[in-house]
Design a binder for this molecule. Structure first.
Ligand SMILES: O=P(O)(O)OC[C@H]1O[C@H](OP(=O)(O)OP(=O)(O)O)[C@H](O)[C@@H]1O
Ligand SMILES: Nc1ncnc2[nH]cnc12
Length: 179
């Protein structure tokens, strides 16, 4: 069983395409579209996330704009919990908290609705890629600003050479794949 799972994970990893110099020279962009485009791989990712999180106390999933939405929505459905969008600036209509940061290839601002989380709720953050960790770290700070307890950050793929896990310390973090 373990062997079957590890060979499937290897196939999943091989399916992620590396595009050099996108969107800027020097960036090795991990393109997840080939995996989400095939049902067997998308389901495998969800199965792994579900098995990790189904027994944990999670009140809501916070999803990072935009690729995080792909996994977070499906996972929230499977776990029967709500979903909170953490969006790029200018997209959320109500009162927000906002924080700016730099990721591997640019500057961004993330926002969250001020009333998205009830004090003390247990929150899982989900995104596709952990690169420098600055995006996820910003999302974690926004969750805390809203009064949430961050249970974990979960990613499909971690670019270990960019040391995002260190950036996120001491927040707990999990990734299905490591590059
Ligand atoms: O660890 P970091 O260096 O901060 O980078 C990781 C973030 O970069 C990507 O998002 P991007 O801002 O490209 O937005 P997108 O999901 O809309 O493509 C990715 O989906 C993560 O959210
Ligand atoms: N190298 C990379 N590939 C895919 N998404 C990213 N987000 C930040 N850096 C990235």
């Amino acid at each position: 069983m373990t062997f079957v799972l590890s060979s499937s994970i290897e196939r999943l990893k091989e399916k992620i395409r590396t595009i050099p110099d996108f969107p800027r020279p020097g960036v090795m962009f991990k393109d997840i579209t080939p995996v989400i485009g095939e049902g067997q791989f998308f389901r495998l990712i969800l199965t792994i996330f579900i098995s990790r999180y189904q027994k944990k106390k999670i009140d809501k999933i916070a999803a990072i704009d935009a690729r995080g939405f792909i996994f977070a929505g499906a996972l929230a459905h499977a776990l029967g919990v709500g979903i909170i969008p953490i969006r790029k600036k200018g997209k959320l209509p109500y009162k927000t908290y906002e924080l700016s940061y730099k990721n591997e290839y640019g500057e961004e601002t993330l926002t969250i609705h001020q009333d998205a989380i009830n004090k003390g709720e247990s929150i899982l953050i989900v995104d596709d890629v952990l690169a420098t960790g600055n995006t996820a770290h910003t999302a974690a700070l926004l969750v805390e600003k809203c009064g949430g307890n961050l249970m974990e950050l979960g990613f499909l793929a971690e670019l270990s050479y960019l040391k995002g896990r260190e950036r996120l310390f001491p927040f707990p973090c999990y990734s299905i794949l490591q590059f």
